[in-house]
Design a protein. Structure first.
Ligand code: FMN
Length: 176
């Protein structure tokens, strides 16, 4: 699939079919994440792949009911918990780059999933301490985001985006 078509057609998917995801596709998706750029190429990201129903149910407790994606945590065939070890990244100008490193890898993962006909949804609204307890994730590791992964059972419309002219400036910080 053409990369611009992938950008254009990817959606946050919150409803999944029960169909299992092939192990080879999961590996392809994780490999796409692994190829992301990172601070000094330190690759601080870690991926915890969950397909055990008991663990998924335990994870669900960490999501507020109002989170529109929380049902997908219980129902998607696979959940990927995207983590980072901040000691394998840097801080500059007050920016903690483990978040940027891991976010890039996470988006590679989401785009690769879409290119393979799978859905994902970056989820950030959860209780990190509860996730850590549910999955026995060490204290030094941060949970940057979580995504369900599976075959989409919905075709959401594109959500609106700001226009290029609202977010882009040429040569100076000023609208023409
Ligand atoms: C950092 C981040 C956190 C997000 N957290 C959640 C979440 O907790 N629950 C959810 O349902 N969607 C979450 N989303 C998905 C956004 O709502 C979604 O990307 C946005 O509405 C645009 O829709 P689209 O992804 O289909 O283009 C999150 C997205 C990002 C990038």
């Amino acid at each position: 699939m053409d990369i611009f078509q992938v950008f254009n057609d990817r959606r946050s998917i919150r409803k999944y079919k029960e169909t299992q995801v092939e192990a080879v596709k999961i590996e392809q998706i994780l490999n796409a994440a692994r190829l992301a750029p990172s601070w000094k190429n330190m690759q601080c990201w870690r991926f915890l792949v969950i397909n055990d129903q008991e663990k998924k149910t335990a994870l669900l407790q960490a999501f507020p009911e109002e989170n529109p994606g929380s049902r997908a945590i219980a129902t998607a065939p696979v959940i990927i918990v995207v983590c980072a070890d901040p000691s394998e990244s840097g801080v500059e100008n007050g920016i903690e780059y483990f978040i940027a490193d891991t976010a890039i890898a996470f988006e590679h993962l989401c785009l690769a999933a879409h290119a393979l006909g799978l859905g994902s949804c970056w989820m950030g609204w959860f209780d990190e301490a509860a996730i850590r307890t549910a999955l026995a994730i060490p204290e030094n590791i941060r949970v940057v985001g979580i995504t369900p992964l599976g075959y989409p059972d919905q075709e959401p419309k594109a959500r609106p985006r700001k226009s290029l002219s609202d977010i882009t400036f040429y040569n100076r910080w000023e609208k023409l």
